[in-house]
Design a protein. Structure first.
Length: 141
C-alpha cells in the first residue's frame, strides 16, 4: 500500500475521534447546565435578559420567567443560556484565596465610582504651553 494513503487514513481517523470526543464533552456540559435550570433559579437568556424561573413546561418546552416584580415572560426553554451565579461567589472564585474583597463606592445618581473624573474633566494639570518668541524686527538701515 501507498504510505501517503495510510497517512491520510490515520489522519482522518484521528480527526473523527477528536470530533466525537468534543461533541460528547459539549453534550455533557449542556446536560449539566440544563439540570441546574429549575424553578426559583435566576437565569440569563441568549439575548441578555435576566430573570427568575417560575415554572417550566417540559411538554411544550416553554418556561415562565419573572424579570421584574409583576412582569412574567413566556419564553422557549432553549433560549435560557445559563443559571446565574451569585456575585459574591463569582468574585471570590475569580480572586482565588487572596481574601480581598472589591469595595467600590458608587455615586448614587450616576453609578460611577466616586473619585472618577466627570466626562471631559481633566485628570492632570494643564502643561505649561511653550511661549513663542517674537521674531526680531528688521531694520531698514
Amino acid at each position: 500500500m501507498d504510505p501517503t494513503l495510510i497517512l491520510i487514513a490515520v489522519a482522518l481517523a484521528v480527526f473523527v475521534f477528536f470530533q466525537f470526543r468534543s461533541s460528547r464533552k459539549r453534550a455533557k456540559e449542556t446536560a449539566a447546565r440544563q439540570a441546574a435550570i429549575e424553578p426559583g433559579v435566576e437565569v440569563m437568556t441568549n439575548y441578555g435578559l435576566y430573570g427568575t424561573i417560575l415554572s417550566i413546561d417540559e411538554d411544550t418546552n416553554m418556561a415562565l420567567i419573572e424579570t421584574t416584580p409583576g412582569t412574567v415572560l413566556k419564553i422557549h426553554r432553549q433560549t435560557i443560556l445559563k443559571a446565574v451565579e451569585d456575585e459574591t461567589t463569582a468574585v471570590s472564585e475569580t480572586e482565588g484565596d487572596t481574601g480581598t474583597e472589591l469595595d467600590v463606592e458608587l455615586d448614587k445618581d450616576s453609578a460611577i465610582a466616586v473619585g472618577d473624573p466627570e466626562f471631559g474633566e481633566r485628570t492632570e494639570p494643564a502643561a505649561d504651553k511653550p511661549v513663542r518668541k517674537a521674531a526680531p524686527k528688521k531694520s531698514d538701515d
